[in-house]
Design a protein around this ligand. Sequence first.
Ligand SMILES: [Zn+2]
Ligand SMILES: [Zn+2]
Length: 276
Amino acid sequence: MTLIVASLASGSSGNALLVRDGQTALLIDCGLPLRTLEPLLCYAGVTPAHLNAIVLTHEHGDHTTGAGTLARRYGVPLVCTPGTRAALNDKHSRGITIEELPAGQQARLGTIEVQSFAVSHDAAEPVGYTVTAAGATIGLAVDLGSWDDGLIARLRPADLLIIEANHCREQLLASAYPWAICQRIIGPRGHLDNQQCGELITAICGDGRPRAIRLAHLSDQANNAQRALKSVRAVLQASNLHHLPMAVLPRQAARTHKHMPIWSSDSLLRQLDMFG
Ligand SMILES: [Zn+2]
Ligand SMILES: [Zn+2]
């Protein structure tokens, strides 16, 4: 079996990551309206009814907008922390099966192992995940303002790291955002900037194990793909880690099959680096 990862959307206007092996398909976050999500899922080779679960990182709208509708319409269970469950509004929880997975705990969803871990973000009980199947592990940490050694240890088993590079700090502070919002974004429960993203990747990858990197959740007001890649690579260069294969997740996936998977545990596909 092969573990395949496809990013349907990444950023403040919506997040959805499809993770599947031959038998199980999980959607991590569902921050797109159904009319947008459904065709993207189909391009990725999965119909909504075949999803085994929608796994949420936290309750913010860019991660949950379509979750309730999708779960209800197709009978797909939601998986989230008790805190996220309590914070979901009625629209996302009424008439839906919700399975609680507290931060730090593990669950087997079909053939895929999901491990959650707490992250520092201004939500009720936000988490990141490692997801393991077919002998490969992906690590996801988006929407976090800081990290500690515990988070690094959780992400070390990952073969593919999906880490937030939300903003360029200078660009954010020069943007039209009100000061209070800037403070929230750069705070320890906000979002990682490019520099912090590079430092986190360096801390994880300092053990010398090869990993692929995808930069996620870029701000469209205060970052862009070229700037994020350049800044993160500059940080990695100091530790001689700039050779790690790295790309930016697009805000929304292109509607062509060739662009859908961002990574696969199959070694040949991994060499080809399927990211468009
Ligand atoms: Zn978000
Ligand atoms: Zn958030």
